[in-house]
Design a protein. Structure first.
Lengths: 203, 357
């Protein structure tokens, strides 16, 4: 076996194992960490396929940002495990049916009859000067520039919508204006009032 | 470079049975060790420099007991931390508790693989090394988050929550700031970025990207949890943040990771904005020849040392920011400026302005 094949099998082993561990671990935080391991193995396999830009982006976006937010949310939640377990058997038949349908669909679309060696020839190695990022950028910014920009606008709309939904009619919490706080003068905060005390003779 | 090839030749003659794969793995290993050992030494003496510099700025002497002028202080500190007991909090998750420092230091060292020290001196030459730096650098936050969560304690959890939100928001700013560098250099390869800055001090990118340079430096302070943005540790608010429950060597590993990250950010600032290994006297008639004998790595290290000093200077100068002020700075000040500057750089590229394009 070539050294590349050995590396591929080691990575795939970790990919499959960590995805199974992710599903079967009871602790939500551990599940997130196993999912991070899944992303890492997937990224490594993509690097073997010379798709290094995609691999790095997977780590940058999913491991570096999305999974951090997942961990963030999981730490804030107080998950009651007993209620989760109580409903498990009730949902089991439905879950099994859904799982079987998904597995069948995936095997039809991604099976050997679609992506086997007789349909797709094995990928050829590029020479040392090949730059994956340049090729991708040329495609994205010339041929697919309108879909690319549309996707960006869609994401921007989603962000703005989410923020406006959260901050709608927001009168409950106090806001601080930092520039006002920094530029505050002593006369804004303290008012010195001269008071003439009533003398005893006035009584 | 000739030295390196001679070394590879000697390796091949000494061990003739080495085949291609094993030899290349061995060479990568030797390169990595040659990088990490000096790095750890620099980290150790950076802590000494910090105590000395801040000491003198505050009219104190700083450490001066161990060895002449206190030069052996970092060694004594390391020995002390290694021999101290590691205390595990009750009901803490031991595996995650021990995994956290590893996750903090592994990315801090792994990022150094792509840093170019001189023409052709690096561990690997990646085509997307800038993205690699951002991606691996963003993993370091797991160390802090896990440390906070696995400690099973209140203050570490608060520190971890602060750290997660700070790092995610400032990573966006750093990413946008570095996009402008990529736009000018036309490459995400750190080697190519430095090569593109050849030709004297006016070719360095800190001139067209001056605001980006400032933003990068300030964001680097946040990313490395340094004063005045060290709310993650904030000893006056949350005792020591994520480090509260860590003792002995587990704490030392966090410490090493933090300082390795600081030096990395200093090197990155030099590589992106200050011409990397290029001499500042390039293209200046007389001085160019006088300083021609100085190897590029010396210039790189000298510039890096200046930025490392800036970290200490800033720490001794500014009071700590409030948490909401840091968030305000990121989302409402830095992010708009970086986005505007991307358009400015696009315009500069279009007009072929200056010597940078």
């Amino acid at each position: 076996m070539e050294s590349e094949q050995i590396i591929f099998y080691i990575l795939s082993f970790w990919f499959v194992t960590s995805s199974l561990l992710m599903i079967f671990s009871r602790n939500a935080a551990k599940a997130v960490l196993f999912l991070v391991l899944v992303f890492f193995s997937a990224a490594s396999i993509w690097i073997l396929l010379e798709a290094e830009f995609l691999a790095i982006t997977l780590i940058l976006v999913y491991v570096g940002a999305v999974m951090v937010l997942f961990l963030f949310v999981i730490k804030m939640l107080n998950i009651d495990k007993s209620t989760l377990r109580a409903k498990f058997t009730g949902y089991l038949p439905l879950g099994l049916v859904v799982a079987a349908i998904v597995a069948a669909e995936m095997s039809l679309v991604l099976g050997a009859n679609q992506f086997g060696l007789d349909v797709f020839s094995s990928p050829t190695r590029h020479d040392a000067g090949y730059s994956n990022i340049t090729v991708l950028a040329m495609q994205l910014y010339t041929t697919y520039v309108y879909p690319f920009e549309l996707a960006a606008v869609l994401l921007l709309t989603a962000i703005i919508a989410a923020i406006t939904l959260v901050h709608r009619n927001d009168t409950s919490h106090k806001k601080q204006s930092i520039s006002e706080q920094v530029n505050v003068q002593a006369k804004d905060r303290v008012r010195l009032v001269s008071i003439t005390l009533p003398s005893k003779e006035d009584k | 470079m000739e030295l390196w090839q001679a070394f590879v030749q000697i390796l091949h003659t000494l061990i003739p049975w080495l085949d291609g794969t094993v030899a290349s793995i061995l060479i990568i290993l030797i390169k990595a060790i040659a990088l990490v050992m000096p790095l750890m030494l620099v980290v150790a003496y950076f802590t000494y420099a910090e105590r000395k510099v801040i000491g003198y700025m505050q009219l104190r002497i700083g450490p001066n007991r161990v060895g002449p002028k206190g030069w052996l202080q970092p060694i004594a500190d390391a020995l002390k931390l290694m021999t101290k007991e590691i205390i595990f909090p009750t009901k803490a998750n031991i595996y995650l508790f021990l995994l956290a420092p590893v996750l903090a230091i592994a990315p801090a060292i792994a990022v150094w693989a792509v840093i170019p020290f001189d023409e052709g001196i690096y561990v690997t030459n990646l085509d997307i090394s800038l993205l690699y730096v951002l991606a691996i650098g963003s993993i370091g936050v797991y160390g802090i988050i896990l440390a906070g969560w696995a400690s099973n304690s209140k203050y570490p959890l608060l520190g971890a929550l602060r750290s997660a939100s700070l790092l995610v928001s400032y990573e966006i700013v750093i990413g946008f700031a570095l996009v402008t560098v990529v736009m000018i250099a036309g490459s995400a390869n750190l080697n190519t970025i430095v090569q593109a800055q050849q030709g004297g001090i006016v070719h360095w990118y800190f001139i067209p990207l001056f605001p980006m340079m400032i933003i990068f430096f300030i964001s680097a302070l946040v990313e490395t949890n340094r004063a005045p943005f060290d709310v993650v540790e904030g000893e006056s608010e949350i005792v020591g943040g994520t480090h509260v429950e860590y003792s002995g060597m587990t704490f030392a590993v966090f410490f090493l990771a933090e300082y390795a990250n600081m030096i990395l950010m200093a090197v990155l600032a030099v590589v992106m904005f200050f011409g990397g290994w290029h001499s500042p006297f390039e293209a200046i008639p007389y001085f160019e020849n006088v300083f021609a004998w100085v190897p590029g790595i010396i210039w790189l290290l000298a510039k890096t040392t200046f930025f490392m000093f800036l970290y200490l200077w800033v720490r001794a100068t500014f009071p700590r920011f409030r948490y909401d002020q840091i968030m305000h700075l990121s989302w409402k000040v830095f992010l708009p400026i970086t986005i505007i500057w991307i358009f400015v750089v696009a315009l500069m590229t279009r007009l072929q302005l200056g010597p940078w394009f």
